[in-house]
Every structure is written in C-alpha cells, then in structure tokens.
Design a protein around this ligand. Structure first.
Ligand SMILES: [Zn+2]
Length: 65
C-alpha cells in the first residue's frame, strides 16, 4: 500500500484536522510535533503526529473493517 500522497514527507497532522474520535486518540497518543503541517496550528506542547503513523492506523482500520 503506497497510495498516500504525504507518505514520503515528515508532515505532521493534529487532532483538530480529523473528526474521527479514534484517529484523534491516535494523534494525541503519538504527538511529537508542535506544529500541524495541514492547518498550521501550533502549540508549546506536541499536538501533531507524523502523517505516516496516522496513515498506518487508518490502513489497519480499513483492513480490519
Ligand atoms: Zn491540524
């Protein structure tokens, strides 16, 4: 599986960019970046997780469904 357009960068995405509660939880649990690459939200604490981690979670969720 390599269909994700952001997979080769080091982009990070914050929980506010998703409405899915499970994905929000994954991001909050794996946040390593203080800036969201998508909405530009910043914080003094990590709020965004690497898009690769989130994409992997989504892929696993799709496979399981
Ligand atoms: Zn965001």
């Amino acid at each position: 599986m390599s269909g994700y357009p952001y997979q080769d960068g080091d982009l990070a995405v914050c929980a506010d960019c998703f409405i899915n509660e499970a994905i929000k939880g994954i991001i909050e649990g794996n946040a390593t970046d203080e800036e969201c690459s998508f909405c530009g939200e910043t914080s003094e604490e990590p709020i965004a997780a690497p898009i690769r981690e989130v994409a992997e979670f989504i892929e696993e969720g799709i496979r399981r469904a």
